[in-house]
Design a protein around this ligand. Structure first.
Ligand code: PMV
Length: 339
């Protein structure tokens, strides 16, 4: 058995616009998906999964996931989880040149599904890492990122950027612009996450932005403006000392850019009442800035606050089901055990 873990992420800036070639800066956070993989004697796949938004389920199948399992968990979330796991298995089989390999897979995740924290990317990254190691064909983190991207791309019908998977595989803060993906040095940013208990449909939200962009020139400009925010943000980060605590002026300016980014995402129709409520609760508590993270529609916001105030305010906000501090995780995918 081989176990690998990989971190989730928040978007400091740039989700949605990254789909159209603008840059984005996602940051890995200390919330991980853990995937244990045991090679079987046959070609069957057995998956046991558990995360913050699922009570857990077990599925066994041969070949593919077409026959939907009878499980006690919301259908769309199980379908989503199984789609990513299935695609990750295919990538691992292909990478290890073992098309008939079967596995027992156990997924434990501290990251809620579909909530903008990169849960599917973390599961795909950790799963591909563990399965290829288990088959004796370990990959480097960049190769894992590439394979996980291909898995996401298949599941999301081509509507995926490399941001989530590269960030989860490499850890730390990264900059993604089209196929150009690199790590960037940043000070430890004081992220606070608020989760409304819900999830957004990434494919539908991405399609909605695409429609708006096609119909209105000003929506296309809005996407470009998000790119401008990201470029401004990364030049601020490039001037900061990664070894020192972040300067209050830097946090204030990054926060302002996050607020701006959220406003533009709202204009593109991907926020929601609960996300807006949490963003406002964070701002009123004195956060430097706050925005939705990920596809939107429901799920999580991220705020910048080095004090406990935002977390406390969010925990008293009716629309917020869970609020937590999320430290930047400088480590990406890693093997966490073998037997
Ligand atoms: O909600 P998440 O964590 O899957 O992030 C989606 C981010 C988008 O930019 C909307 C899509 C993408 O693949 O980059």
């Amino acid at each position: 058995m081989t176990v690998s873990t990989a971190p989730g992420k928040v978007y400091l800036f740039g989700e949605h616009a990254v789909v159209y070639g603008e840059p984005a800066v996602p940051c890995a956070i200390e919330r991980r998906a853990r995937v244990a993989v045991d090679e079987r004697d046959d070609d069957h796949i057995r998956v046991e999964a558990r995360d913050l938004s699922l009570d857990g389920f077990t599925v066994e199948y041969a070949g593919d996931t077409d026959g939907r399992p009878d499980v006690d968990a919301p259908t769309d979330l199980v379908d989503a989880a199984m789609g990513y796991i299935d695609a990750a298995v295919e990538q691992a089989r292909d990478a290890a040149d073992a098309p008939d390999a079967g596995f027992d897979i156990r997924v434990e995740s501290e990251i809620p599904l579909g909530a903008g924290l990169g849960s599917s990317a973390a599961v795909a990254v950790a799963g591909i890492d563990a399965a290829t190691r288990e088959l004796g064909a370990p990959l480097g983190p960049k190769e894992v990122a590439d394979r996980a991207y291909r898995a996401e791309y298949d599941v999301q019908d081509g509507q995926a950027s490399r941001a989530d998977t590269f960030c989860s595989a490499m850890g730390g803060a990264v900059r993604v612009e089209g196929d150009d993906c690199r790590r960037i040095d940043t000070p430890n940013l004081p992220f606070v996450v608020g989760f409304d208990g819900g999830a957004g449909d990434t494919g539908e939200l991405v399609a909605g932005v695409r429609r708006l962009k096609r119909e209105y020139g000003f929506a296309a400009d809005t996407v470009g403006n998000i790119g401008d925010i990201v470029r401004r943000g990364e030049s601020l980060l490039a001037g900061a000392d990664p070894a020192a605590d972040p300067d209050p002026d830097l946090l204030a300016e990054l926060g302002r850019l996050m607020d701006f980014d959220h406003g533009l995402l709202e204009a593109l129709g991907v926020s929601s009442r609960t996300l807006d409520s949490m963003v406002w609760a964070a701002r009123e508590a004195g956060a430097h800035g706050a925005k939705l993270t990920g596809a939107g529609g429901g799920g999580c916001i991220v705020a910048l606050d080095e004090t406990p105030e935002t977390r406390t305010a969010l925990s008293y906000t009716a629309e917020c089901r869970d609020a937590f501090r999320a430290e930047l995780d400088r480590e990406g995918v890693r093997e966490a055990g073998r037997r």
